[in-house]
Design a protein around this ligand. Structure first.
Ligand code: NAP
Length: 298
């Protein structure tokens, strides 16, 4: 009698591993640039206020810059800074030839317009890919700097050889930084047939059930349950919500939008949270910074 080998019903998409691979590739590219006396990528980060979560995100970005050999500049401002003054600092960084890429950490204090600030960043230095120019350029044939999180998702699909062409991709969540640009990339670069769902979508499950690739960026833990997923679907969970409770060792845990335990039993590929899309966002930011440097200083 031959022993039956237990097979995992799904492939876990390991964003941590892929982001480490990408960082290693970037480190190599930086080492080559150094050897050839070319400019070393320089990322500038603006942080306004002292929000704890933003501080953690920024610390992680600085750590990532150091790990790949980039130069970086941290600029901190009190949350009382006026929009006009912040604009002046942005102008200064825009005109600083040594800075290749440049981000303003969100959120900003309420008296400052995110849209006006974001759009003030020079598009060829906008390594978060948030400006109207870079958003629109997703539908051009050669976009330079793409929104970091969707770019990370597309890299995950590409590096796991998950075909998108002709597939039905359903994107849940239509925000400017995640769902909307992701749906455009899936159409333009992935040649998928895309359905985009949002808060006003009626009978969400009737759409998600027909997805070959289901991608969710809402921020509602447990929104996607197993009955909403087709057998064999690829499931990408962008949601990251901090949930508190005594059952978690630290008193809290980061949860995605997907009921991972049950949905994974139906999926062919699935991202965990944490460790899926999250690490890819920083990797994409570094990749964008390298691309911006290569474009400005070949
Ligand atoms: P957001 O701006 O609040 O957008 C959420 C989107 O979900 C909106 O389009 C909203 O629809 C839609 N929505 C709300 N309730 C819904 C429902 N019941 N059914 C379907 N759609 C619904 O949030 P975001 O900035 O895109 O972030 C979304 C999640 O992704 C958050 O958990 C965030 O932390 C996470 N995220 C993670 C990363 C990462 O690096 N891993 C990066 C970015 C975001 P309307 O447009 O109609 O309001």
């Amino acid at each position: 009698m031959s022993a039956e080998v237990a097979q995992s019903p799904y492939t876990l998409i390991d964003g941590k591993k892929i982001s480490t691979d990408i960082k290693n590739e970037i480190s190599e590219a930086v080492a080559i640039r150094k050897k050839e006396n070319k400019k070393i990528p320089h990322l500038a980060i603006i942080l306004v206020g002292d929000d704890g979560a933003s501080q953690t995100y920024v610390d992680n970005k600085v750590k990532a810059c150091k790990s790949v050999g980039f130069h970086y500049t941290m600029m901190r401002f009190a949350d009382t800074i006026s929009e006009e003054k912040l604009m002046k600092h942005i102008d200064h960084v825009n005109n600083d030839d040594d800075v290749d890429g440049f981000i303003v950490q969100l959120p900003l204090p309420e008296h400052i317009s995110v849209e006006r600030i974001t759009d003030k960043i020079r598009s060829d230095k906008d390594v978060d890919g948030f400006t109207n120019h870079n958003f629109g350029s997703i539908i051009s044939k050669k976009p330079l700097l793409m929104p970091a999180t969707p770019f990370g998702v597309m890299e995950l699909l590409r590096r796991y050889n998950i075909p998108t062409e002709g597939k039905h991709a359903v994107v849940v969540g239509a925000s400017r930084i995640a769902g909307a640009p992701l749906s455009m990339m899936l159409t333009e670069q992935g040649h998928a047939t895309v359905t985009i769902c949002h808060k006003y979508t009626k009978d969400l499950a009737s759409f998600t059930r027909s997805a070959d690739i289901l991608l969710t960026a809402v921020g509602k833990p447990g929104l996607i349950t197993a009955d909403m997923v087709k057998e064999g679907a690829v499931v990408i969970d962008i949601g990251t919500t901090r949930v508190e409770g005594p059952e978690y060792a630290k008193g809290w845990a980061i949860k995605g939008d997907v009921d991972f335990k049950n949905v994974s039993q139906k999926a062919s590929f699935i991202t965990p949270v944490p460790g899926g899309v999250g690490p890819m966002t920083i990797a994409s930011l570094l990749l964008n910074t390298l691309r911006a440097t290569e474009a400005r200083n070949p």
